[in-house]
Design a protein around this ligand. Structure first.
Ligand code: G4P
Length: 191
């Protein structure tokens, strides 16, 4: 998505060789028009799957996910980062390890909002090691629903997330694919 790449170059900040700061339009302040246009791209790519539900992980995936859900005319579900360690029987729950933040957290999905008939699309803001997406996949598949694809706003292609997901057979579509980050340098994979 050319416009997103331009925005990353204009407003993004490479903090190191692994971390890109995009607080001004995605992770803190949100540009709704840009989010809407992301939704248009995701809808165009994933329309072939007859998606019935879009899932995202709180909190930065919510804006692009809801814009996509609006355009695909389906509900969006927010996977919650619950602190509860006790398993309840009305939720699906899985533990995720974040390499970027060096913490474990629980991801939960209420059984009320998903059924085995659902065809789902998972949308998230960043793809790094693929841990969050893998956890979301575990929750969906535990319910018997189908994961049709994974839509990512910013993929850090030099980290192993995409390969890990593709090796398991998932269709990964990213709006911006970063091949290299260095202080004050951001390079993209051109499709
Ligand atoms: P992974 O799921 O691909 O393995 O990624 P990881 O656990 O390492 O990422 C954990 C958190 O860090 C996620 O946010 C993810 O969006 C974010 N993240 C990863 N790499 C970057 C980066 O280069 N820049 C920025 N800005 N964020 C990055 P989160 O903890 O779920 O927070 P939230 O913002 O969604 O609330």
């Amino acid at each position: 998505m050319e416009k997103l790449e331009q925005r990353i170059l204009q407003d993004g900040q490479a903090l190191s060789e692994t971390v890109l700061k995009v607080d001004s339009f995605l992770n803190h302040q949100v540009d709704p028009q840009l989010m809407y246009e992301m939704g248009t791209y995701f809808k165009r790519y994933f329309d072939k799957y007859n998606i019935t539900k879009i899932l995202t992980i709180e909190s930065s995936g919510i804006a692009p996910a809801v814009m996509t859900a609006m355009q695909m005319n389906v509900p969006m579900i927010i996977l919650k980062k619950s602190r509860s360690k006790t398993l309840k029987d009305d939720i699906y729950q899985t533990t995720i390890h974040s390499f970027t933040k060096g913490v474990d957290y629980e991801l939960t999905l209420s059984k009320k909002y998903i059924s085995s008939q659902d065809r789902t699309l998972i949308i998230d803001d960043f793809l790094a090691n693929g841990e969050a997406a893998s956890g979301a996949i575990r929750l969906v598949e535990e319910s018997g629903a189908t994961v049709c694809g994974i839509g990512i706003v910013v993929e850090k292609s030099f980290q192993p997330g995409r390969k890990k997901l593709e090796d398991q057979g998932y269709d990964v579509y990213s709006l911006a694919r970063i091949s290299k980050l260095e202080k004050n340098l951001i390079e993209f994979i051109k499709e």
